[in-house]
Design a protein around this ligand. Structure first.
Ligand code: HEC
Length: 396
């Protein structure tokens, strides 16, 4: 498949992924919210669990949560499972299209480790499979009797995965794989635990017998896991737009901080109906999380960046021509990128001047450009280019 077809495929799959993701997570948030806002109505019988009135578009909605008497199954019953499946399946497709195809060019980072892109693809795929198996076995065993220990081990395992991956592949690929491992566990939870428990509920009701309680307890446990994973997961999915975080030396630590902040915010949203001071506490957690992320990813600006001998424009230009324009020009010569990535072109003095600050950020501060250092840019070259920008990016 050529690069152009791949980009169109990326567009279509990403579109589906975002729509399905909104439907899945949106449903999940709505049902969680409903559960916490239901009110018991007197005289509605033993099977009644709560009721709520809602206003949406031009009418009132009355929703009741209840168990059904034996044999009382409604003709039409709506399940909520395909939104999750579509999100996961399109997510895996996107992972393949964006990260594994096209020579896996976004996977390696020679500044982190020298590993062949194919080995990184193998590692990525196995982390998904092993991640789910370890998580599921842990909760099938220890999770039944000692859920606290299993929780600590699960979080430690996830952080260990993040730490490990950021030390062998590019930050953005590592972040994304942690997210896909979480998404895979969430999907496994839906299809292997929650949906089977719902089948059992439907069967028990139809057959007029008691529901197997162990199944519903297990399903509730996994559903709580999914609830806490949503916000961290969503952060990871947008993290690829932020090279200052994914490309930072301590990116893995920032990943932990943001994930913890996201899970805590979700927690306070969960308990806000019983815990009066949830709002200031949430604000405090968010501020601490932001500060932590800022500090962990901050770089010291070199006060002498503009000092030293004046860099001639011709020198800066020859570096950019040697290291960047293979990809960043109107007609790229790179074997993978046939269109300037992100529309960034550096092939004229005007374009170099416009992009000067971003060039410095990506190539000199973060060193996340050239991509996978494909064009072998050296550190002295990064310093010279950075100094040219700091001195005002003159193009005369
Ligand atoms: C092998 C191809 C390749 C080479 C060579 C390359 N880049 Fe990039 N560049 C990319 C890709 C792919 C993206 C989009 C993904 C991303 O932002 O990480 C990108 C995005 C960018 C962006 C825009 C994103 C942003 O953060 O604003 C800048 C600026 C940039 N590159 C600068 C450079 C500079 C400077 C060089 C040379 C020192 C360079 N690139 C060399 C592939 C390349």
């Amino acid at each position: 498949m050529n690069a152009h077809m791949r980009e169109i495929l990326d567009l279509v799959v990403r579109w589906v992924h975002v729509i399905a993701g909104i439907m899945w997570i949106g449903n999940s948030l709505l049902f969680n919210w409903l559960d916490r806002n239901l009110e018991k109505v007197e005289g509605k019988g033993k099977l009644h669990e709560g009721e709520i009135w809602l206003l949406h578009s031009g009418a009132f909605y009355q929703v009741e949560k209840k168990l059904l008497a034996p044999g009382e199954m409604p003709k039409v019953l709506h399940w909520f499972k395909w939104q999750n499946f579509t999100t996961w399946a399109s997510g895996i497709t996107l992972l393949i299209v964006v990260y594994y195809m096209g020579g896996a060019s976004l996977m390696p980072d020679p500044g982190v480790a020298r590993v062949h892109p194919h080995a990184l693809v193998g590692l990525g795929v196995s982390s998904l499979i092993v991640g789910w198996i370890v998580y599921d076995l842990l909760w099938q065993s220890l999770g039944k009797t000692k859920p606290m220990v299993a929780t600590v081990l699960s979080i430690a395992g996830l952080f260990a995965l993040g730490y490990g991956l950021t030390h062998v592949m590019s930050g953005r690929a590592a972040f994304l794989h942690v997210g896909v491992v979480m998404g895979t566990c969430m999907t496994g939870n839906v299809w292997m635990t929650i949906v089977p428990s719902q089948h059992e509920l439907v069967n028990a009701t139809t057959e007029g017998r008691e529901q197997d309680k162990t199944l519903s307890i297990k399903a509730k446990q996994r559903s709580i896991h999914n609830n806490y994973m949503t916000f961290p997961l969503l952060f990871i999915m947008v993290s690829n737009h932020f090279p200052a975080i994914t490309g930072a030396k301590l990116g893995w630590a920032a990943l932990f901080v943001v994930m913890t902040t996201g899970a805590l915010v979700r927690h306070f949203m969960n308990v806000r109906f019983v815990y009066a001071s949830w709002f200031p506490v949430t604000c405090g957690v968010v501020i601490a999380g932001l500060l932590g992320t800022y500090v962990l990813t901050a770089r010291k600006e070199d006060p002498n960046a503009a000092g030293g001998p004046k860099i001639a424009f011709s020198e800066a230009r020859s570096i950019v021509e040697a290291r960047c324009t293979q990809c960043h020009s109107e007609h790229p010569t790179d074997d993978m990128f046939k269109v300037a990535p992100n529309g960034v072109m550096l092939d004229t003095p005007e374009r170099m001047k416009i992009m000067a600050q971003r060039m410095r950020e990506r190539a000199c501060n973060l060193k996340t450009m050239p991509l996978a250092n494909k064009t072998n840019m050296t550190d002295p070259e990064r310093e010279i280019l950075g100094r040219w920008v700091a001195q005002g990016a003159n193009t005369d």
